[in-house]
Design a protein around this ligand. Structure first.
Ligand code: MN
Length: 367
């Protein structure tokens, strides 16, 4: 349902927005600070949507990502400068029984994924935080976001490029083919996949930038080169430094700074020592500080319109691994929403006087 404060100019086109499977009613969380200072897209509030999807790959536990991240106190920790945060609950799925490639051998679970992703519709009136779940959800969020905001650019932070064609994918897992379904220039190479016929490419290759790449299949590297895409590997990060790589990426996809940004953040972009609870770890990733730098700089543009936070799998690793990964995921979302590590205070903040401080409570020290 569209929540209070969501000014959707295309709500009829986009309905149903943010379907919640369990009918969970989440009251908006209101905070006092003026949101207009942090976002230039005209969006007035933040919407959180859980997408507990796991059929884009083979680690079932990624299903529990949204719940684990909420239990880590996501809403309280990300409030930052936003006036309202609406939790829309989790997207409900209607999985197809025996969806085992009976009619096509190219993309595993394509009917189930097609049904689920079609519901991942991004509201035009809110900054949308889509919490996964595996990265296949981004086919839905990018598609939905492009319908709401036709001029988006896409910043893809990931160890993997996720741009295999179904024919080049070694695994048949959709979380490694996300962008081949989204990129207009690949349309002629894409076979018709049963269950995913509705999914039309909506973004040009020139409007996408990758950062953190370090595990690409041959077909992916070939596509990136042929389409002359903006792609910075972890080697490039080491060579030029993350701030330079990020600045070049933003110059390439958002040169005038006026386009809504879709930030697709896979936690496996970070080093496995930082985010161990994820399904496809690759050694030698971005540091925690580099991850935070990216999200904070994106927040500073004032143009972030949607963010995917994907591939947190709380069933992988020890309890400490799980806690570290969830803590990092929540900090990334908070940073992307403008929360400052340097510290902050509400707009009308004043230091309390001694009288005010003592009025309501008697500190233990004075007892
Ligand atoms: Mn990914």
């Amino acid at each position: 349902m569209v929540s209070k404060g969501c000014k959707s100019s295309v709500s009829s086109l986009l309905s149903p927005i943010f379907q919640s499977s369990k009918g969970v009613k989440h009251a908006p969380h209101s905070f006092g600070k003026d949101f207009s200072t942090v976002n230039k897209t005209g969006k007035r509030s933040v919407g959180i949507l859980g997408v507990p999807i796991n059929r884009g790959q083979t680690n079932p536990g990624v299903l529990y990502g949204p719940a684990a991240i909420r239990e880590g106190d996501l809403i309280k920790k990300i409030k930052g400068q936003w006036h309202e945060i609406h939790d829309h609950g989790d997207l409900g799925f209607d999985y197809v029984p025996e969806d085992d490639c009976a009619d096509q051998p190219l993309v595993k679970n394509s009917h189930s994924l097609g049904r689920a992703l079609q519901k991942t519709i991004v509201s035009a009136g809110e900054v949308c935080i889509v919490v996964g779940g595996d990265h296949s959800l981004s086919t839905g969020s990018i598609h939905g976001h492009s319908l709401a905001e036709p001029d988006i650019c896409l910043l893809w932070i990931d160890a993997h490029a996720d741009i295999n064609l179904p024919m080049t994918s070694p695994s048949g897992n959709m979380h490694g083919m996300v962008l081949s379904f989204c990129v207009k220039e690949l349309r002629e190479y894409m076979p018709q996949i049963p269950g995913l016929e509705w999914l039309k490419p909506t973004i040009s290759a020139k409007n996408i930038a990758f950062i953190g790449l370090r595990d690409l299949d041959a077909g992916e590297k070939y596509i990136i080169d042929q389409l002359n895409m903006t792609a910075y590997s972890i080697h490039d990060v080491d060579k030029h430094g993350l701030p330079e790589v990020l600045a070049r990426s933003m110059d390439a996809i958002n040169p005038r700074g006026n386009r809504p940004i879709h930030l697709s953040f896979d936690v496996d972009s970070l080093d496995p020592s930082v985010t161990p609870s994820t399904g496809t770890r690759v050694a030698g990733g971005l540091t925690f500080r580099e991850g935070m730098y990216i999200v904070e700089e994106v927040a500073n543009t004032g143009m972030m319109s949607a963010m995917d936070l994907v591939e947190v799998n709380p069933t992988i690793g020890t309890q400490a691994d799980k806690e570290r990964t969830i803590d990092c995921a929540i900090r990334l979302v908070g940073g992307a929403l403008g929360k400052k590590r340097e510290g902050e205070y509400p707009q009308n903040y004043q230091l309390p006087t001694v009288e005010e401080f003592l009025k309501d409570k008697k500190p233990a020290i004075l007892k």
